[in-house]
Design a protein around this ligand. Structure first.
Ligand SMILES: Nc1ncnc2c1ncn2[C@@H]1O[C@H](COP(=O)(O)OP(=O)(O)OP(=O)(O)O)[C@@H](O)[C@H]1O
Ligand SMILES: [Mg+2]
Length: 227
């Protein structure tokens, strides 16, 4: 098993059969010990966080599979805190696709002159480059096409998939009276036909979720959803 990438919250290995193995760590993004899904640095380490994120990821990816969404998920090994996935080719050096139902986080920081904090948004989709040094800059559809990262046709597929998946997750959370404010996904091209496919993870670390107006921390989200 060959280590091919050391990420902030996961390590990536190549398996002998060509699949990848994601090893979830207990590291969580944020600053000064406070969790922030939009952050690009590891701000805290919480014992059991990796396992909780994996359990949620497994749960959501299995629901998505039932609903016919293309994902990289193969299987999860909860005891070893690993997930086997199909290898994907990233768009450029990687994109983050965010779906927003409320004006919080970087959206409110950027556009706060034109909206109230927490104002409802209609499943607004936005794309950022995964580029830590440039603090994940937002990028438009035209720029993605012009720079050869995504064609307009691929952008349309990505946007529709993003809204579909976000709604599935939002609906799942709503069953536990939890409201999804925003969520971030990664996609890549998988298989010989290079199908646009959901990759990476879906866990507390990738979303903002609130219950009774209170922000739910990643570990608590896992308990509320899975217990
Ligand atoms: N199926 C896949 N094929 C190829 N790469 C993948 C696949 N699934 C996830 N990845 C990549 O594996 C890495 C996992 O590492 P990790 O989640 O720690 O993220 P990171 O790159 O450090 O940054 P961030 O925290 O901003 O997501 C990510 O770079 C992600 O793009
Ligand atoms: Mg990540």
């Amino acid at each position: 098993m060959e280590l091919i990438y050391t990420g902030k919250t996961k390590n990536v290995y190549r398996l002998e059969d060509g699949n990848y193995l994601l090893k979830f760590k207990d590291d969580v993004t944020g600053e000064d010990g406070v969790f922030d899904p939009g952050s690009n640095v590891v701000g805290l380490t919480i014992e059991g966080a990796g396992k909780a994120e994996l359990r949620l990821t497994k749960y959501f990816f299995e629901i998505l599979k039932e609903q016919g969404i293309p994902t990289h998920y193969v299987e999860a090994d909860i005891d070893n805190v690993t997930m086997t996935v199909k290898p994907a080719t990233l768009f450029g050096k990687g994109l983050e696709i965010i779906c927003r139902y409320r004006a919080v986080g970087s959206f409110f920081r950027r556009y706060g002159d034109y909206c109230e904090e927490g104002q409802p948004l209609d499943a607004f989709v936005e794309v950022t480059l995964k580029d830590d040094a440039r603090e994940d800059p937002p990028i438009t559809e035209d720029a993605l096409d012009m720079l050869g990262i995504l064609t307009h046709e691929e952008y349309a597929v990505l946007k529709e998939l993003t809204r579909k998946i976000a709604l599935i997750i939002k609906t799942e959370l709503a069953k536990k009276d939890i409201e999804l404010y925003d969520i971030k996904f990664e996609f890549g091209r998988v298989g010989p036909d290079r199908q646009i496919t959901l990759i990476d993870e879906i866990s507390g670390g990738n979303m903002r979720a609130f219950k009774d107006g209170r922000h739910i921390q990643p570990l608590e989200l896992e308990k509320l959803i899975l217990d």
